[in-house]
Write a protein that binds this ligand. Structure first.
Ligand code: ATP
Ligand code: MG
Length: 431
């Protein structure tokens, strides 16, 4: 008999199959009982009827518990009323392992902290399964997007010797006789990549010692960072919006079941088709004040500002040309107005906040040296970075998209911690 997965049952209607998984719940109605079980690919209802199942199997009713591991076989039937649309006429259940203590996670409501402390088990639940599958598709979509558009994957290192944007949010680690920092962005290395390959990206974990306990900040999160030679800010924004459009399209194509489990309003996602609105920082500030905000020109937008701005649009919003003094040293200045930096942030709709930060990089070596000095950063560690301007400098741009924030928005999860398998925050390092 063939061992199959729940997600593929449509190909096995009328056939005898074997499935390997775990008990989700047991329910009895009169003389028959039901075992809902999961195999990691979905949920399936098994119907156990005396005579159809072996006597030994039928007598398991009182003996099975949530999370017992079982191998089950029977005949697949189409059953629209049943979870997943199919059911199994059970013939035999083999118990692989009995749970002897009560499983901590029950259908009743648990607090978020309790669930996070049991993250290793919580991942088995339907909702968490759905979120992780969406995450998987988003990762695949991101890779496919860049791989099919002429980008080369150039992994940036995780140990770095220099602090890209100051040391306040860096994790310092002992590194033999000296200190190293865990990377908070792979960008500088991508700039080297772009001048070697034209278009590159890195996609990996990044670390920030964020002391903010918000719903949007993790200390370890994944970021994809493309970098492109001969690309200016405008084209950079086009790449960014097309990436997001591609991700959404892919998720709508492959994750409809998951989005249904998450009760996500997919109409909202269907409207996410490029082009996205682009406004300047100045226009964004005006939009805020027109809407009654007391936002002060020159500041960075906080979460409530971003929410107010995103509510004005049903697509992601790109805000560009920022006051240079709140942006990083490597951002190129606007030729029309030297006080502005050619940066761009993309704000997700529905109040999910910033998902992308990027911009055009300074390509003039003298200006760059000046900025590094101005930011009180030591020149020595940037020697190699300055070489990129010394030898074959070109206009170039890039951005970083935060994976977890993107997944949170797509899934409609309030807190970003549910979008990564094992979240790391200020207060959580286990499990
Ligand atoms: P914020 O102001 O929200 O802290 P940032 O300006 O520090 O964001 P960038 O440095 O531009 O963010 O990083 C690029 C992207 O990485 C962000 O747009 C966001 O999607 C993601 N990101 C940044 N910090 C975090 C974090 N602590 N946890 C999860 N994702 C993050
Ligand atoms: Mg930050």
């Amino acid at each position: 008999m063939e061992t199959v997965n729940i997600k593929d049952l449509d190909q096995y209607v009328g056939q005898d199959v074997e499935l390997k998984g775990w008990v989700y719940s047991i329910r009895t109605i009169g003389k028959i009982w039901f075992v809902i079980f999961r195999d990691g690919t979905g949920l399936l209802q098994g119907v156990v009827v005396k005579g159809e199942a072996t006597d030994e199997t039928f007598s398991l009713e009182q003996k099975l518990h949530q999370e017992d591991s079982i191998i089950i076989n029977g005949i697949v039937r189409k059953e629209p009323r049943s979870v997943g649309g199919y059911e199994l006429g059970v013939k035999e259940i083999k118990v692989v392992n009995h749970v002897t203590e009560e499983y901590p996670i029950t259908p009743k409501e648990h607090g978020a902290d309790f669930l996070m402390s049991n993250r290793h088990l919580w991942l088995r639940s339907k909702r968490q399964n759905a979120i992780m599958r969406v995450r998987h598709q988003v990762v695949k979509a991101i890779r496919d997007y860049f791989d099919s558009n002429g980008f080369t994957l150039i992994d940036s290192p995780i140990f770095t010797g220099n602090a890209v944007e100051g040391t306040t949010t860096l994790f310092e680690v002992e590194y033999f006789e000296r200190s190293a920092y865990l990377t908070q962005s792979g960008q500088l290395y991508q700039e080297a990549g772009a001048t070697a390959f034209g278009k590159t990206y890195c996609f990996g974990p990044t670390f920030r010692a964020e002391k903010s306990k918000t719903r949007r900040h993790l200390t370890e999160f994944w970021m994809v960072e493309p970098e492109m030679a001969y690309v200016d800010l405008d084209e950079n924004m086009t790449w960014a919006e097309n990436l997001v459009g591609f991700i959404i399209k892919r998720v709508l194509e492959y994750c409809i079941t998951e989005l249904a489990v998450l009760e996500r309003d997919t109409a909202q996602l269907e409207s996410i088709v490029p082009p996205f609105p682009r406004i300047t920082y100045d226009e964004a500030v005006k939009l805020l004040t027109d809407n009654g905000s007391d936002f002060e020109y020159g500041n960075d937008f906080g979460a409530p500002d971003e929410t107010l701005l995103s509510e004005q649009y049903d697509k992601p919003l790109m805000i560009h040309r920022w006051p240079a003094n709140i942006k990083a040293f490597y951002m190129k200045r606007d030729e029309q107005n030297n006080k502005l930096a050619l940066g761009v942030d993309m704000i997700a709709p529905e109040g999910y906040g910033e998902i992308i930060g990027g911009g055009q990089r300074e390509d003039d070596i003298d200006i760059l040296i000046d900025r590094i000095r101005h930011h009180d950063l030591p020149l020595e560690p940037f020697k190699w970075y300055l070489d990129l301007r010394k030898y074959g400098s070109v206009p170039h741009s890039g951005f970083g998209l935060g994976l977890e924030r993107t997944v949170a928005w797509i899934c409609g999860t309030k807190h970003i911690r549910e979008t990564i398998p094992f979240p790391r925050t200020m207060s959580r390092l286990e499990p």
